[in-house]
Design a protein around this ligand. Structure first.
Ligand SMILES: [Mn+2]
Length: 275
């Protein structure tokens, strides 16, 4: 029996991320209400920190609406606090680890993994690529082990060249996880980044294979699926081929507005994935 793919829509509560690729903004309850009304399975939450929303309040809202928490972002550690896992300063690296751990705890009690994206940082200046990759690899092992107590993985997201110079493709991500033996860390396939970096998006998904743990499913424009020139059939086929049974999550721009982007997304997710 094929794995069922589930659907998620993003909600950002981070004012400093304004203009970023999130569908609903600022008002968690409104986002949850809309996600439920439109028939999404889950929300993906981008919050300033682990204390922004009380876990018990969130649990109740999810229970009331039947929604799940698909994942929590950790990017606020960078955009709000300037923390990175590969910062030259060991004190900053330690604070970055502490912040991610607190976000793993926040997501974990609601059954959701945390995502490492912009918190990975970049190499340069006094930090060589090998050194930065070493710090990142060790962090992905350590934080993945921290996530294990919640029965969730840690999710690591390769980013395009304008956002990191560490891992930019799924293949590089697989090599890093395998080299360090990050057995409770999975990769995130963000189709926007992949459209910039992969020779072939479907081949990138197949390379990720059993390491694939989450998908940011958007079009080439970073708008909702269908608002761009992505070639969907090979992507859908590759996700089926690797037996992907996680979320397709709309980390997309609220264009032309939040509701229109969310409606377009769920309609196309149903068409493409039978979700
Ligand atoms: Mn992403």
């Amino acid at each position: 029996m094929p794995s069922r793919i589930s659907t998620a829509v993003t909600i950002s509560l981070v004012p400093q991320a304004k203009g970023g690729p999130f569908v609903y903004w600022d008002d968690l309850n409104h986002g949850i209400e809309r996600a439920a009304a439109l028939g999404f399975d889950a929300i993906e939450l981008f919050a300033p920190g682990p204390d922004t929303v009380s876990p018990s309040t969130l649990r109740q809202s999810l229970k009331d609406t039947g929604l799940k928490l698909a994942a929590v972002g950790t990017g606020a550690g960078w955009v709000v606090r300037q923390l990175r896992l590969t910062d030259p300063d060991s004190a900053i690296r330690r604070q970055a680890m502490d912040f991610v751990r607190s976000m793993i705890d926040f997501g974990g009690v609601n059954g959701a993994p945390a995502i490492i994206g912009s918190m990975q940082g970049r190499w340069g200046g006094e930090v060589s690529k090998a050194t930065a990759m070493g710090w990142l690899g060790e962090a992905l092992v350590d934080l993945g082990e921290h996530a294990r107590q919640y029965n969730v993985p840690l999710i690591y997201e390769p980013l395009n060249r304008y956002e990191t110079n560490l891992c930019q493709t799924q293949g590089e991500g697989v090599l890093l996880l395998e080299e360090f033996g990050a057995t409770n860390t999975r990769l995130l396939a963000d189709l926007f980044h992949m459209n910039i970096e992969e020779v072939n998006i479907a081949a990138g998904i197949r390379q990720s294979g059993r390491w694939l743990g989450h998908v940011h499913c958007v079009d080439t424009t970073r708008c909702a699926v269908g608002v761009g020139h992505m070639d969907w059939p090979p992507i859908v086929a590759a996700l089926r081929e690797v037996g992907y049974g996680g979320y397709v999550s709309a980390e997309c721009l609220p264009w032309p507005n939040s509701d229109a982007a969310a409606e377009q997304t769920i309609r196309l997710y149903r068409e493409l994935f039978g979700a």
